[in-house]
Design a binder for this molecule. Structure first.
Ligand SMILES: C[S@@+](CC[C@H](N)C(=O)[O-])C[C@H]1O[C@@H](n2cnc3c(N)ncnc32)[C@H](O)[C@@H]1O
Length: 305
């Protein structure tokens, strides 16, 4: 199993400020960032992790089985509040998420996230919740499908692809990635094909995993669960994700939202965060050369006041 962690040193340098602190890694994956967090903590420190994906959960559970400071739950990071109650934790010293899917998920045919080889068309990280990508394509209307491809994948050909999907459905049901791939091949010039395939598969993945709504919920809960001085560090790979992180952090770092020109403040808003990075931090060229996945990464950091 392999996944090369992105901005590893930089992210954990920002995150871990207290050796005996309690930390949360919402996206354990293959434990790259978790391992780095643990290496910075002393024997009193603690790391609570989650991952929605069964194989990532099992891999990290086994990898850190001998480390009493580590616990992992097979669930979404939006459950950070219930998990903190189960663990008797009031507040965290730092909260981390490295969004999206791992290289292992993308490169492994059985995980069903790649379009490079034929696989079951599912795209859910947790196969027990939500609807699969094939169910979506078999049941949603042409307009709904086009909207998903356009909004979450910024796919310019979204309407035409959606039309072809509906035509295909008249004679066959979607169940395999190769069926969708063939439709995209029919309507896309060869030189744009890989980009279009990535955009369409990504759009469906974001939708079936409810990724943007879950990110919003996770951020709102996390801000309340951070200790004063505690930091939140988020790595994102998609412009829509980065926009959510940027806007939520910006809103929480304001102390007043009254309309301009008000003589006194009446909004009652309290500043909860301080920006640690004004601009997102991106990987250096040398990291991108080594690890292609790093090319779209953006990291934002804020601190609870
Ligand atoms: C980019 S990988 C994380 C890699 C990890 N930082 C490492 O170094 O190995 C993202 C992981 O987050 C998981 N994931 C994505 N969204 C999630 C969510 N809402 N809740 C929990 N896990 C999630 C995926 O299953 C995947 O394993």
């Amino acid at each position: 199993m392999s996944h090369e962690p992105v901005l590893l040193k930089e992210s954990i340098d920002f995150l871990v400020t207290e050796k005996k602190g309690i930390y949360f890694d919402g996206t354990a994956g293959f434990g790259g960032h978790s391992q780095e967090i643990l290496s910075r903590l002393n024997e009193k420190g603690k790391l609570i992790a989650t991952d929605k994906d069964q194989s990532a959960f099992e891999y990290c559970r086994d990898k850190f089985a001998d480390d009493k400071r580590f616990s992992i739950y097979h669930t979404g990071f939006t459950n950070i509040d219930s998990i903190s109650r189960i663990e008797f934790i009031d507040q965290f010293d730092g909260i981390f998420a490295d969004l999206g899917v791992s290289s292992f998920q993308l490169d492994t045919v059985e995980a069903g996230f790649t379009f490079r080889e034929d696989a079951v068309l599912d795209l859910r990280m947790n196969k027990a919740e939500g609807i699969s990508a094939s169910d979506l394509l078999n049941k949603f209307s042409q307009e709904e499908i086009a909207k998903i491809l356009f909004e979450y994948g910024e796919e310019k050909n979204s309407r035409l692809i959606a039309k072809k999907i509906i035509e295909f459905r008249l004679t066959e049901n979607f169940s395999r990635t190769s069926q969708l791939k063939k439709i995209i091949e029919q309507v896309t010039p060869v030189r744009f094909l890989n980009k279009s395939l990535s955009r369409v598969f990504q759009a469906l993945r974001i939708f079936v995993n409810n990724e943007l709504e879950e990110l919003k919920t996770f951020l709102d809960k996390s801000f309340s669960l951070l200790k004063p001085g505690g930091r939140i560090v988020i790595l994102s790979y998609h412009s829509l994700e980065d926009r959510i992180v940027k806007e939520k952090i910006k809103y929480e770092s304001l102390s007043c939202i009254c309309p301009q020109g008000m003589p006194i403040c009446i909004c009652g808003k309290k500043q909860r965060l301080k920006l640690i990075t004004r601009k997102p931090i991106v990987p250096e060229d040398i990291e991108i050369e080594r690890n292609r996945r790093a090319r779209s990464a953006k990291m934002r950091v804020a601190e609870r006041v």
